[in-house]
Design a protein around this ligand. Structure first.
Ligand SMILES: [Zn+2]
Length: 209
């Protein structure tokens, strides 16, 4: 009887915990054997700026003049577009959920996939730690999906380049992470490759269809 009570309390506690989670927190990566280490996106990006050791507040001040320099934003139409719009725009969406979308870069050479937060933001310091963590997880899974879809096994020789461009060279104002697959990976039959890659990403990242 006592044990049952404890179990019941546990069950109630677990159910309560699930119920109070915001929907965005239910996102659960299920990739059990990742090839790609999660990139330290924020640290690497900071190191690529002229102010790698600046505090967040100083960094925001330094970035202020950059915010009006770039207006091009090709992602919003993809993010809000329905399937027909995306098809018309010839956009390859590999995966998405409420907060992040993964698309094939245009032009697709050097074959990057782009991991993009759906909310409008320009620099990593505009994103929450939770979102940066998620972008990192999704980017690593995208790298894994490139490797697996190409039929390659995990290997130290297969390393994707995962990065956020520094403020000096960005040409798109909406924050995005480049995932450039290893050079040795061959992408033949792009449509079919990306369809299979998309399926792998869905399996790895989300239980949602
Ligand atoms: Zn945007």
């Amino acid at each position: 009887m006592e044990r049952m009570s404890v179990n019941m309390i546990r069950a109630v506690a677990i159910a309560s915990a699930v119920l109070v989670l915001p929907s965005s927190a239910v996102w659960t990566p299920t990739n059990l054997a990742p090839c790609t280490s999660r990139p330290a996106l924020l640290r690497d990006w900071r190191d690529s700026t002229p102010w790698p050791t600046a505090s967040d507040s100083v960094l925001r001040e330094k970035l202020a003049p950059y915010r009006n320099r770039v207006s091009f934003d090709p992602f919003d139409s993809v993010i809000v577009g329905d399937a027909a719009t995306r098809a018309r725009l010839n956009e390859g969406v590999l995966w998405e959920d409420d907060s992040v979308i993964v698309i094939v870069a245009k032009p697709p050479l050097p074959r990057d996939a782009l991991v993009v937060p759906k909310r409008e933001m320009m620099f990593p310091v505009d994103a929450s730690p939770w979102l940066m963590d998620k972008l990192s997880r999704v980017a690593a899974a995208t790298s894994d999906a490139f490797i697996a879809t190409a039929g390659r096994a995990c290997s130290r020789a297969l390393v994707s380049k995962i990065s956020i461009n520094p403020p000096d060279i960005i040409r798109v104002r909406h924050l995005h992470v480049h995932v450039q697959p290893p050079d040795s990976i061959a992408i033949t039959g792009e449509n079919e490759f990306y369809a299979r890659m998309s399926q792998r990403l869905r399996e790895a990242l989300s239980i949602r269809p």
